[in-house]
Structure formats: C-alpha cells, structure tokens
Design a protein around this ligand. Structure first.
Ligand code: APR
Ligand code: PHB
Length: 389
C-alpha cells in the first residue's frame, strides 16, 4: 500500500490529523492497534478550549458538538469549604466548552468512515522504518498477515505507550518527567451535575473535582493514594468521601446514583523532546502527558495537530518544508506552557503526603492571592481557556 501520510493511532490526535489532511487533499492511512469500540470505551477528559473548538469546527466535525456541548463562562474553586468563582468570560472574554473526548472521537470516526478514508483497526506489531530517508515504511500485521505502507511521512499519534516515540534513534530523545504521589479515582454516573460549572476542591482529605458530560451525566474525581484499589471504593464510599470534601451547598445539591464507570489514573507530567525525527513526527500523548488538573491533555493534542497539519499542507501545496521544520519548536513552546499550568494547578489543589506545614501555608496563601487579585485570577483564567496558538 502507498499513502502520503501514515498515521499511527486512532485517538483524537490521529483522527483529527487525518481529517484535516483529507480536507486538503492529502491521502492518509490510520493504523490502530485496538478495535474502534475499544477506542470509544476509554473515558477521558471533556473540557475544550475555544481554540480546540475552532479547529474541530474548521475541520468540519463540529456540528454535533455545537448542538450538544455545554458552554461554561467560568469555573468554581473550593478551598476549606468556601467556594470561589473564576469568571473566564469577564477576565478573558473567552469560555470553555464541555464535550467528552469520547464524543469527539466518535464524530471523527464517523467523518472518516463517511469520507471513505482508510483505517486499519487491530493492526498488530506496528514497526516504523526508514524515516531518516525520503520514503519511510510502516510495517504491521493484520489477521496474521504481514503488510507494508510506503509513505512520505509518519505521524506518531499513538499515545504515551505507543511505538512511535520508542522508535526514535537511541540518544535522540530527551525526556522530562514528574510523577505525583497520588492518583485520581474517577466515577461516571447518570445523575445531574451538582453545579452548572465545574468545581475544583482542595480539602485536607484530598482534592476532589465535580465535572460533567451533559445535563444528565456527571463525572466526579477524588484524589486517592496510589496504593488504593477499586475494590476498596464501592459507590457508597465514593459518594460519602466526595460529599465530605465539598462545600455545604454542594453537599446539599449532590445527587448520587450507581456508577457506570470507575477507574484510578496516576498523575504524571512528561515531555519528550524533540517532536520530530526526520520524517517521523510525534503529536499528542505520544510526546507529552499532563496531569488532568488543568484539563489540557486533549487541547494540547489539538494544538499539536494544528501545527503539524499546517506544516504538511504547506509541504504539499507550496513545496515548502518551513512549517515542518518549525513544528517541534512551535508545538513544544505551547506544550511547556500547558505543562507549567497543569503542574501549578496540581500542586496548588492537592495536599501532598510529604508536605510540610510551611508548604501548606504558602499554597493556601497562593490560592487566596488568586481569588483576590485581578492579575492572578486573570492569569489562571487565560491559561484555563487556552493560550493563543
Ligand atoms: N500501534 C497502533 N496504535 C497504537 C499503538 C501501536 N503500537 N500504541 C497505541 N496505539 C493507539 C492506542 O490504542 C490509541 O487508540 O494510539 C491511540 C492513541 O490515542 P490517545 O491515547 O487517546 O492519544 P492522543 O490521540 O494523543 O490523544 C490525547 O488522550 O490521554 C488523552 O489526555 C489525553 O485527551 C488527551 C488525548
Ligand atoms: C473531566 O470532566 O473528566 C475533567 C474535567 C476537568 C479536568 C479534568 C477532567 O480538569
């Protein structure tokens, strides 16, 4: 098989890249290790920056999002039982959009199928070759048979555990990492959200987040120790602990119900540099991970894809490599700002097991400053709604 761009991974990065390239007449094939149903069964975040909404709209996959998504003008942050509001619209003129990553993936899969673009699900043992030469090759196995794609470029959109980053020449990748000493226990339930806006809570027992997918589906998280397992968290214990960490109004408003999904995810900050190795480009979680506290993971995937697709379009349309040559630096400049914001939100809102009394006091002072200083709350708001591309 021959294509212009071979894309590894059918998460939001790979599918969005494929969609934008197709819109510009650039042929591409997506290779995905899992089935489509498996990809859609993963529950991920759900807050989109305006820039992400604009890119999805421009790619022609925004119709259902515009119909069904909830637009939020601000967010709530609760510290020691007192809720504060950060008004994004007043502080920045911008809003965020609540629409699940699963739904974006579903919309992208539908658009891809409708346009007749080729996707190989259950592609096993994907191997990347010759991306230091003019004609890279991607080999894989499908239904027990070996297959090969000859291409001009490979886009590694295969997430943190994918093969693409690992295929870079030894010594060519530098990684930066911080692992946090706790995880998030997440519960999805078909209950109305406790609040119109998200509530991020810092409580002495740990962080909690009240989020949502729609007016009838809620997503809640609790900071838990990494030693804990799901068996230790039956629904009743989850709701009891969540309630404990919320303010009095949220305690009164909380509607509980059976969980329809429950999982524990570790928190990690990670960046791999550079994001390009010859004709192999990394995008999304393949190159970087943020802790979920700033809701930046999906939004970074979208901005990477925006820069990468612009570079590829320029290459085929104008026969110029300048966008591709700038890709890694442009993407990383934005990635590091989101890394900084996600790290900052994480350290500010989670009690750390080894924190001293001094650490605790300084962070409470920082939160007090954020709530009471126009400059500081604007800084939080402009990062949360998304820095410019
Ligand atoms: N071969 C083919 N496909 C692979 C391989 C492989 N060796 N390894 C992984 N994949 C697939 C995974 O099965 C997955 O479907 O690559 C896809 C990567 O998708 P995501 O992990 O969703 O990553 P990305 O598309 O970059 O999206 C980033 O996901 O984790 C969240 O917070 C993150 O919201 C952000 C988004
Ligand atoms: C979510 O709804 O899953 C969510 C929202 C905001 C975050 C993280 C996760 O910061």
């Amino acid at each position: 098989m021959r294509t212009q761009v071979a894309i590894v991974g059918a998460g939001p990065s790979g599918l969005l890249l494929g969609q934008i390239l197709h819109n510009h007449g650039i042929d591409n094939v997506v290779l995905e290790r899992q089935t489509a149903d498996h990809v859609l069964s993963r529950i991920r975040a759900g807050v989109l920056e305006q820039g992400s909404v604009d890119v999805l709209d421009a790619a022609g996959v925004g119709a259902r999002m515009r119909d069904e998504a909830l637009v939020h003008d601000g967010t709530q942050i609760c510290v020691r039982g007192v809720r504060h509001r950060v008004d994004f619209r007043a502080l920045t003129g911008k809003t965020v959009t609540v629409y699940g990553q699963t739904e974006i993936t579903r919309d992208l899969m539908a658009a891809r199928a409708a346009a007749g673009m080729k996707t190989v699900y259950e592609a096993q043992d994907v191997r990347l070759h010759d991306f230091d030469r003019a004609k890279p090759l991607v080999r894989y196995r499908k239904d027990g048979r070996e297959a090969e794609i000859e291409c001009d470029f490979i886009a590694g959109c295969d997430g943190f555990h994918g093969v693409s980053r690992k295929s870079a020449p030894p010594g060519a990748v530098r990684t930066y990492e911080r692992v946090y000493p706790f995880g998030w226990l997440g519960v999805m339930s078909d209950t109305p959200p406790v609040s119109e806006e998200l509530i991020y809570t810092r409580h002495e027992n740990g962080f909690a987040l009240c989020s949502m997918r729609s007016r009838t589906r809620s997503r809640y998280y609790l900071q838990v120790s990494l030693a804990e397992s799901l068996e230790e968290w039956p629904d009743e214990r989850f709701w009891h602990e969540l309630k404990l960490r919320l303010d009095a109004k949220a305690q009164a408003d909380l509607v509980t119900g059976p969980s329809i999904e429950k999982s524990i995810a570790p928190l990690r900050s990670f960046v791999a540099e550079p994001m390009r190795f010859g004709r192999l480009f990394l995008a999304g979680d393949a190159a970087h991970i943020v802790p979920p506290t700033g809701a930046k993971g999906l939004n970074l995937a979208v901005s990477d894809v925006f820069y990468l697709s612009s570079g590829l379009v320029e290459f085929y349309r104008d026969k110029s490599s300048s966008g591709l040559n700038r890709y890694s630096d442009r993407a990383l400049a934005r990635v590091w700002k989101a890394e900084r914001f996600s790290w900052w939100m994480t350290i500010m809102l989670h009690p750390f097991p080894d924190a001293s009394g001094f650490d605790e006091k300084v962070l409470l002072a920082e939160l007090d400053y954020v709530f009471n200083s126009h400059a500081a709350s604007t800084a939080l708001a402009e990062n949360y709604v998304g820095l410019p591309y």
